[in-house]
Design a protein around this ligand. Structure first.
Ligand SMILES: *Cc1c(COP(=O)(O)O)cnc(C)c1O
Length: 366
């Protein structure tokens, strides 16, 4: 058996015939920067995420940067966020001269909402929860804290398109939702891509403007210096095509997780089960266990690719040294970083392959 963690080549083989037509059409149209595919993508996403507006951008990282920038995050401000995310969530804060203030996570790997209020100071500008693995944070409680303290909320929803919590979609809770369409995300472009969602017209207009050099209507008058962060029309056309399959892909990922859950021996493995209040889209399926590194090697020898999201917490990265955190600062995050393992659940894996993986894992622990 040879089971890859993701299988982008297979994705392309399946869609090649139709996708090449889409690509050809977009290139022929001559609309390469901006264009009708962007408009169509933004409309589709707004409908899907149940927000009034969407701005198509060239990465999830840029969605976060523009969000913090337009909400006024500057030098000396503080942004509350978890230390166990993809590195970009923290990097964008430092680029604006602001200080990331970490709050440890719960057993389900999401920010502990009960620890947030203690970290609020007069400099706190934003709370940025990360819906890790496709599971949403306790947004009702987080919004309550934010509203009480007059702080804005930016959701890092890069891993959670179409996830919901208490029936409300990811990206529609906070002031802004930030998403990624990186090739490894559930909705993936052929290269970098992302977008932000909001219900606020002024935020929408500012984000649009900032994303295109600050020169939206005319290139002659520029009120604010901007960035170049817009999505390519070509990527938008690819995403419009792939959006048709998103619901199906999420359904398959959920089904794959359920096969694991039925067949893994739970005495040695921890998995935070999905609650009734949440709909998890499983960007990743992460189990927590002892002897993680040995199991990873054991599976690799038997042809199974697994991965770790993420082996080194952000506060322990060399880049974070200046923040002054040390080992022991965030015990849950640190403990999990040694115990988490992401198993393959991509839409191309077969039931036989999942059963094989379960058998190997159960064998390892017996
Ligand atoms: C992928 C990801 C990002 C960054 O998105 P890019 O499109 O790669 O820039 C940010 N935060 C989280 C949690 C992510 O998973």
């Amino acid at each position: 058996m040879k089971i890859p963690f993701v299988n982008l080549k297979k994705q392309y083989i399946q869609e090649k015939q139709n996708l090449l037509k889409v690509i050809d059409k977009t290139i022929k149209s001559g609309e390469w920067v901006g264009g009708s595919e962007i408009v169509s993508f933004e409309n589709k996403i707004s409908r899907l995420c149940k927000t009034k507006y969407c701005v198509a951008l060239n990465s999830g990282t840029d969605a976060l940067t523009l969000s913090l920038h337009l909400l006024g995050v500057r030098k000396g401000d503080e942004v509350i966020t978890p230390p166990n995310s993809f590195i970009a969530s923290t990097a964008v804060v430092t680029h604006l001269g602001a200080k990331p203030v970490f709050v440890d996570v719960k057993d389900d790997q999401n920010i502990d909402e009960n620890e947030i209020e203690k970290k609020i100071t007069k400099n706190t500008k934003i709370i940025m929860p990360v819906h890790l693995t496709g599971r949403m944070c306790a947004m009702d409680k987080i919004l309550k804290i934010a509203n009480k303290n007059k702080i804005k909320v930016v959701e890092d929803a890069a891993q959670s398109i179409m996830s919901s919590y208490k029936g409300q979609m990811a990206g529609s809770w906070g002031d802004i939702g930030c998403f990624s369409t990186h090739p490894l995300k559930n909705l993936n472009a052929i290269g970098d891509g992302g977008f932000l969602t909001t219900n606020n017209k002024s935020i929408y207009e500012k984000a649009k403007n900032l994303s295109t050099h600050g020169m939206q209507e005319s290139r002659d008058n520029v009120r604010n210096f901007g960035y170049v962060s817009r999505m390519d029309n070509l990527q938008a056309s690819i995403l419009n095509y792939r959006l048709k399959n998103l619901k199906k892909i999420i359904k398959i990922r959920r089904k794959n997780v359920s096969i694991y859950l039925e067949n893994l021996n739970y005495r040695r493995i921890y998995f935070p089960k999905e609650k009734q209040t949440e709909l998890n889209t499983y960007h990743t399926f992460v189990i927590q266990l002892d002897k993680r590194d040995e199991l990873k090697k054991f599976l690799k020898k038997r042809g199974v690719d697994t991965t770790i999201h993420y082996p080194i917490p952000i506060h322990l990265q060399t880049a974070s040294k200046f923040l002054g955190y040390k080992k022991g600062s965030f015990p849950n995050t640190e403990k999990q970083s040694k115990r988490i393992l992401s198993l393959p659940i991509n839409q191309h894996i077969t039931k036989t392959e999942i059963l094989y993986i379960c058998k190997q894992i159960n064998k390892f622990y017996s």
